[in-house]
Write a protein that binds this ligand. Sequence first.
Ligand SMILES: Nc1ncnc2c1ncn2[C@@H]1O[C@H](COP(=O)(O)OP(=O)(O)OP(=O)(O)O)[C@@H](O)[C@H]1O
Length: 281
Amino acid sequence: MTETSRAGTEQRIELEHVEQRFHARGTADGFMTAVDDASFSLTSDPPRVVSLVGQSGSGKSTIARNILGLQKPTGGRITFNGRDIFSLSRTERDEYRRNVQPVFQDPYAIFNPIYRVDRVLWKAAKAFGLAKTRAAADELFEESLSAVRLDPGRVLGRYPHQLSGGQRQRVMLARVHMLRPAFIIADEPVSMLDAQVRKLFLDILLDFKQQYQMTTLFITHDLSTVYYLGGDVMVITKGEIVERGPVATVMHEPSHPYTQLLLDSVPRPDPDQRWTDRITV
Ligand SMILES: Nc1ncnc2c1ncn2[C@@H]1O[C@H](COP(=O)(O)OP(=O)(O)OP(=O)(O)O)[C@@H](O)[C@H]1O
């Protein structure tokens, strides 16, 4: 898909009252609710960054898996351009898979350690018919790796363990760049990266929004990345989205006590409160 072919054709993912229950020992009815009545939409026009923030176990990854079609919700429905994603025709499913691309916390699992990293790009190029010849594919890989500020000469031909975590993450972004999806579902993509590489990654996501009209659902437990990305935020606790709105509003005037709690839990350096105790060993 080219950039221009998406202009004016809004793509839409809609979650309507999504519920995900799992079997769980030790609960009264033998179930726990990981996602409780979640409703929101992701739209491509205009492209946006929507963050989903909450602490560990709040249901964020489950929502990502639901959207990616990896886990069928036990209640409610998820539609893509009005069609239930769990009953798409083959052609529609291919279109959905192309348009909704995941980026996970550590892509190491996606790379097979015995193959060079090129294979991840090659498989995507082949699966989605992006290049007819190896030469055309190589040209595409070079363009996409450069777009995510990787030197193709230093990445192509290497094995996954020969790249840093940040480089592996950016290879995944190069894959996204090749496919030009309408949506990126990014589940804690920067939590294992250091501050500098983290910023680079977030800047690339913002570039993708600007240049290729990609909308990102950015899943995180870290409020500082939410601040940095801007856009909209949804706050989730115990499977329930309890607050949503523009980042600045939600962060500065939280209306739900849980959001306030999250904000209060961000450590703030205070030079007047120096820790002077000695550690005795
Ligand atoms: N397949 C499963 N079977 C049973 N329980 C599950 C399953 N997947 C998730 N859960 C439970 O659902 C709840 C939400 O998990 P989820 O992974 O969505 O949270 P999260 O907010 O993404 O947490 P984290 O940030 O730690 O990844 C947790 O209590 C988890 O143990």
